[in-house]
Ligand binder design. Structure first.
Ligand SMILES: Cc1cc2nc3c(=O)[nH]c(=O)nc-3n(C[C@H](O)[C@H](O)[C@H](O)COP(=O)(O)OP(=O)(O)OC[C@H]3O[C@@H](n4cnc5c(N)ncnc54)[C@H](O)[C@@H]3O)c2cc1C
Length: 406
């Protein structure tokens, strides 16, 4: 397959400029915040925080650069999940088991897995602390901690998930509840929500609506289902061409979309959802439901919010072209936890493998002979899609918000 970077015309110019800049950086080594080495197992040349899509991908690449024995991943979870499959799990098209594997099986061979949670970052001393009281130092740090789900910011959740009519594809604990709610549905309102925060895979809150509609049709329940998408946003999609196509589908399938509606409370015992009108703060509307799919509010992980690597909003503050931290040159960020202007998706992380097109767009190099560190990120965001439409994976220029021609 032709590498994407070779055929995309617009961003190519920016990539070239970026590489030129890197050439300059390598000519003048950066001053790194390198500290004294601790005992062998407490110091790594490359330390990766988070063993999700971004962390595992970067650990594999760093292993090739600096050798497996010099790379470690800090990740508390015993299981690694490929979250995009959860859309299909929620719609009953895939079993949950197909989305997960033992974490041990995805850690690149020879790379150390530190099974712990990061509780503190100290980039001035080039070290982090874990919840089992370990201090681990590094020469280079890659932060890939993902985005945090804040169900508790909605009154009545997460305890409301004990009731069978509510599901959420966003968590391994609640994704199967979506499929149960769909199967149990008899008649009434099927409500799908989109929160008033940044989210990962902004298409997923809609994808489950389209799949649910198809399921209702297939099972003869469609005429009894009033399908409602209540979104905090003011538009169905950020790119006009796709917004227009979606509006057509919404009209054809008789779906109701209400804009600027933010889910603030779930009264699970009464099967009622409370929405605030974002255009008229304080004005609320109560809608009863037979089925509710919740996309939770999301935010940067708590451990980052107050750390020195965060920007004012709590995201890892990286250069949008190099992934390098703006103040700590030996620190990099990738994926959902950063303030990169890409969509928060696995596709944008560039997880599709070395010989796949996306990986050409996102790479970090460390350990150059002169001790410098650098990286670059291509100029695109990727909006994966699963609704009927002209393309399954439109590639969107991250700054112009135009579709890339490939
Ligand atoms: C329902 C759903 C559908 C999606 N559909 C798509 C799709 O179709 N296409 C697509 O490209 N993307 C999709 N995504 C988004 C995609 O899964 C994420 O964008 C991607 O996983 C981001 O990778 P990441 O490495 O930044 O974060 P993650 O993969 O979430 O990894 C973060 C890791 O950090 C770990 N961690 C968290 N806190 C700590 C801590 N304190 N210490 C140590 N480790 C910690 C976590 O355990 C986790 O393993 C979907 C997501 C969901 C939920």
């Amino acid at each position: 397959m032709t590498p994407l970077a070779a055929v995309v015309s617009g961003p190519r110019v920016r990539l070239f400029a970026c590489l030129l800049r890197l050439g300059c950086q390598q000519a003048k080594p950066l001053q790194l915040h390198t500290g004294a080495s601790l005992a062998a197992k407490n110091h790594y040349e490359v330390l990766v925080l988070g063993g999700g899509s971004g962390g595992i991908t970067m650990a594999a690449r760093m292993k090739r650069k600096v050798g497996a024995e010099n790379v470690a991943i800090v990740e508390p979870s015993e299981r690694h999940f490929y979250q995009p499959i959860w859309t299909l799990v929620g719609a009953g098209a895939k079993p949950l088991a197909s989305s997960g594997r033992p974490t041990a099986s995805v850690i690149p061979s020879g790379v150390e897995w530190i099974k712990a949670r990061v509780v503190d970052l100290n980039p001035d001393k080039n070290c982090i602390h874990t919840d089992n009281d370990k201090e681990i130092s590094y020469k280079y740090l890659i932060i890939a901690l993902g985005i945090q789900l804040d169900y508790e910011k909605i009154k009545g959740l997460p305890e409301g998930f004990a009731h069978p009519q509510i599901g959420s594809n966003y968590s391994v604990r609640t994704v199967e509840k979506t499929w149960k709610a769909l199967q149990d549905f008899k008649e009434g309102n099927a409500i799908f929500t989109f929160p008033n925060t940044p989210v990962k895979c902004a298409g997923a809150p809609q994808k489950i609506m389209y799949l649910s509609e198809a399921y209702f049709r297939k099972t003869g329940k469609r005429s009894k289902a009033n399908i409602i998408f209540n979104t905090s946003l003011g538009a169905i999609f950020g790119v006009k061409k796709y917004a227009d196509a979606l509006q057509e589908i919404i009209r054809e399938r008789n779906l109701t979309v209400n804009y600027k509606q933010n889910l603030i409370e779930v009264r699970a015992d009464k099967q009622e959802a409370v929405f605030e009108n974002l255009d008229k703060p304080g004005e609320t509307q109560v809608i009863s439901y037979e089925m509710l799919h919740v996309t939770p509010p999301m935010s940067p992980p708590d451990v980052l919010k107050t750390s020195p690597v965060a920007d004012a909003a709590g995201w890892v503050d990286v250069d949008k072209d190099t992934l390098q931290h703006k103040r700590y040159p030996n620190v990099f960020g990738i994926g959902d936890c950063t303030n990169l202007p890409t969509s928060k998706t696995a596709a944008a992380v560039g997880v599709t493998g070395e010989d796949q097109p996306f990986c050409g767009s996102c790479s970090i190099w460390v350990g150059a002979e002169d001790g410098s560190a650098s990286g670059w990120l291509g100029g695109m965001a990727i909006h994966p899609w699963m609704a009927p439409g002209p393309k399954s994976q439109p590639l969107i220029d991250r700054e112009q918000h135009e579709e890339l021609k490939i």
